[in-house]
Design a protein around this ligand. Structure first.
Ligand SMILES: CC(C)(COP(=O)(O)OP(=O)(O)OC[C@H]1O[C@@H](n2cnc3c(N)ncnc32)[C@H](O)[C@@H]1OP(=O)(O)O)[C@@H](O)C(=O)NCCC(=O)NCCS
Length: 292
């Protein structure tokens, strides 16, 4: 059951300042590191068409936030083609004590309502495709899709979650008014099963091998074939980074190669598959050739 919390737009100066402190906890920032979004930037963005939503615990403490800006649609993202204007969702963070308790999901659902009420059909954002939890939320529970891979989008990053790897990103498209998104968010996500996909001939393009020390390492990337393919990612990239930074980099480069090849061949990442294989939790993106 979800813990009690409420969602509301940030209004008061002290909430925007609390948002700076929240970011220190979420991204493990050192005292001298700037928050990703400063209070002044959020205050100004909100006045000029941006959206800044907060999640509050029962005592009124800010425990999560989601920030988005109006913007134009990038021309090199085929999954986002069509409209000129879109809502660019920029940053979402939930306090570590509250992660995994439904706050991020509820913030995104509130963002969808906000976007529809303000006339947007498309919301896009970027996230690290190696972060399995974010992938599950974005492509699984929310029904966003991706056909745009951005290499080292922000350059080197120093915060605790991003340090040490090129900052590659998936740029996802969330068609907030379309039927498949409505079904996904209103009726719930039914994750595809690995056995069912494999029984119908869907292959993993980079199947991992489990090393003697128990960590899966990515296999060589094969060309994508058929109506659908799977791309494996690590189940817990932050744990891989702590245990073996070289292995984390190998995953980054391997998933980059696999996704770039699949997107270039016309596949769209549209779901996430979780399974236990050889006794180890595994995560895959499902990529399909979608109709027009
Ligand atoms: C990403 C983030 C915002 C998600 O918020 P959250 O409140 O933790 O997410 P939720 O509890 O709403 O989870 C939604 C879904 O994501 C997936 N998920 C969340 N945490 C997970 C975890 N630790 N492991 C696996 N899946 C997870 C699950 O599918 C979950 O739904 P379920 O619990 O019904 O299975 C939050 O974890 C966070 O702040 N992370 C660090 C900062 C970041 O990466 N921000 C996003 C890019 S700007």
């Amino acid at each position: 059951m979800e813990a009690p919390f409420s969602i509301a737009p940030l209004e008061r100066i002290e909430d925007f300042l609390a948002c700076e402190r929240l970011q220190q906890a979420v991204w493990q920032l050192e005292a001298e590191q700037m928050p990703k979004a400063t209070a002044t930037m959020l205050i100004a963005s909100r006045r000029y068409g941006g959206m800044v939503l907060g999640a509050f615990d029962p005592g009124g403490r800010l425990i999560g936030f989601l920030f988005a800006l109006p913007g134009t649609v990038p021309s090199d993202n085929p999954a986002a083609a069509g409209p000129h204007w879109q809502l660019c969702s920029r940053i979402m963070g939930v306090h570590p004590d509250w992660q995994g308790r439904g706050v991020g999901h509820r913030l995104k659902l509130a963002q969808r309502e906000w976007a529809l009420a303000h006339g947007y059909e498309l919301v896009t954002w970027t996230y690290d495709p190696l972060e399995a939890a974010n992938g599950t939320l974005n492509l699984g529970k929310l029904g966003a899709i991706c056909r745009c891979y951005l290499r080292d989008f922000y350059g080197p990053m120093a915060d605790g979650l991003n340090v040490g790897l090129p900052s590659d990103r998936f740029e996802v498209a969330w068609w907030v008014g379309r039927e498949w998104v409505r079904r996904r968010v209103e009726e719930g996500w039914r994750p595809p099963r690995l056995e069912d996909l494999q029984a119908s001939g869907v292959r993993v393009v980079n199947p991992a091998r489990v090393r003697p020390d128990g960590w899966p390492e990515p296999g060589p990337v094969r060309p994508p074939e058929g109506e659908a393919v799977l791309v494996e990612i690590p189940a817990h990239i932050q744990a891989v980074k702590r245990a073996d930074p070289g292995l984390a980099l190998a995953w980054r480069l391997n998933v980059r190669e696999a996704c770039e090849a699949a997107f270039a061949a016309g596949y769209t990442a549209c779901d996430v598959v979780k399974a236990t294989v050889e006794g180890i939790p595994r995560v895959y993106y499902l990529l399909q050739i979608l109709g027009p």
